[in-house]
Design a protein around this ligand. Structure first.
Ligand code: AAL
Length: 420
């Protein structure tokens, strides 16, 4: 094997690699006991010599359009909850908007014209027998009249079944979204049955941080799991002000309670995940795992935490689901033997009705200890031209102009290597 590798390197002197210690073509399962490069050391210390194929917390994602939730006019469906399976039927809830016009931004918004995709929305309910074809059951929680909590819009729900009751958490907007950032905190509604009626509690359940805190202007994307006998409610926080470089700080925190309606105590270590948007956590072995997507330096990763507070990156992923609402049967069971996830719903922009309306879709994956679907462990995904030339990936005319104008700076003459 060694000889072959040397031959393959076509004469590179063995001395480059140390005293005859050549890293072999077949990756050893144990870390070699001779000096290796930093990257090879990481393969053992941080990753896994099997790479993605042997990484239980790596998956790619496959998507399927849903049947039974047709689009028309300016209907938008987004931000699905976790999926529950009760008496053989799958249940999901989501942000639902049906307005005469599409969102126009905060300045032009009125009582009937939405500012954003999630403005003037209510929480709707759908059921399914197979997870692919869904039946819209109608509203589950409706906005309360002005000036009650969440009068402007309620959105981005998640669900907690707890001691025979169902608790729906969601964002409550008391002003037009986008007026002063996307300002909403978390409220809840309670039902004795999965079919409702859900009664809004009419007050904030997890409130903004202080004016200088990282979560002073947004408590978004509430996401409860039961862990260590308590309710761990993850959320995205934001200060609502752009940082020095113009980007908005977004990160994930957790608030912990003994009872679904609180009091919730935010972890003093918040934020606990430095990246992500609609974080999706699930019990994994003795701890929790999470898909972290969209924002921050650790976007597009799967992470693990033994205690729900201290998280570390376990894999890098491609095109993860946006706003995933996974099917996690053990999300509330606190078994200390989390089994992971294989599917869920997510949202995406609807091409037909324009960028401002969203549709729900299904994702499948293998972040599960119960199946072994090697196809989901494949990396090196390839995409066709439609993907690269779509909105937000294709180079637009304005940027092209700038690039052409800056050509003098960027496209200098090629400099020859070695001595001039
Ligand atoms: C989503 C979520 C929250 C935001 C908006 C609707 O992706 O992060 O719910 O408020 O966008």
């Amino acid at each position: 094997m060694k000889m072959k590798f040397v031959f393959f390197l076509a004469g590179l002197p063995a001395v480059l690699f140390g005293e005859g210690e050549i890293f072999p073509a077949l990756i050893p399962m144990e870390k070699p006991n001779y000096p290796v490069s930093a990257a090879v050391a990481r393969l053992y210390d941080q990753w896994n010599p099997h790479e993605d194929r042997g990484n239980e917390l790596y998956s790619n994602f496959k998507y399927t359009p849903l049947k039974g939730l047709p689009m028309s006019g300016n209907i938008s469906r987004r931000d699905p909850t976790k999926i529950l399976k009760i008496a053989g039927l799958y249940h999901v809830w989501y942000t639902h908007r049906d307005t005469a016009v599409k969102p126009t931004g905060a300045k032009n918004a009125t009582d009937t014209i939405p500012s954003t995709d999630w403005d003037l929305s209510d929480i709707w309910h759908a059921t399914s027998k197979d997870g692919f074809t869904w039946k819209e059951e109608g509203p589950a929680v409706k906005r309360l009249p002005k000036p009650q909590y969440g009068w402007r819009s309620i959105s981005t729900p998640d669900i907690l079944p707890w001691k025979g009751k169902f608790y729906m958490y969601y964002q409550g907007f008391n002003e037009i979204p986008g007026l002063r950032g996307d300002r909403a905190a978390v409220t809840a509604a309670v039902s004795d049955s999965v079919w409702g009626p859900f009664k809004p509690v009419g007050r904030v359940i997890i409130d903004f941080g202080g004016s200088d805190d990282w979560d002073s202007n947004a408590i978004h994307d509430p996401y409860p799991v039961v862990f260590n006998g308590k309710i761990y409610l993850y959320f995205k926080g934001s200060p609502g002000k752009a940082g020095r470089d113009g980007t908005l700080v977004r990160a994930q925190g957790v608030a912990i309670a003994d009872h679904p309606l609180g009091p919730f105590k935010k972890s003093p270590k918040n934020p606990v995940i430095n990246s992500g948007h609609e974080t999706c956590a699930f019990p994994w072995k003795k701890g929790l795992a999470a898909i972290v997507s969209l924002d921050g330096p650790e976007k597009n990763t799967v992470q693990y935490s033994p205690d729900g507070i201290n998280w570390e990156v376990k894999s890098l992923i491609q095109i993860p689901p946006i706003a995933p609402g996974p099917f996690v049967p053990d999300a509330y069971a606190d078994t200390k033997d989390g089994r992971g996830i294989t599917w869920g719903l997510c949202h995406m922009m609807d091409r037909e009705s324009g960028a401002n309306n969203s549709i729900l879709a299904r994702f499948d994956c293998d972040l599960s200890l119960d199946v072994d679907r090697q196809v989901f462990k494949k990396n090196n995904l390839r995409f066709d031209d439609e993907t690269y030339f779509q909105q937000s990936v294709a180079l637009d005319a304005k940027l092209r102009k700038q690039i052409v104008a800056e050509r003098k700076k960027t496209d200098r003459e090629t400099i020859s290597g070695g001595v001039k």
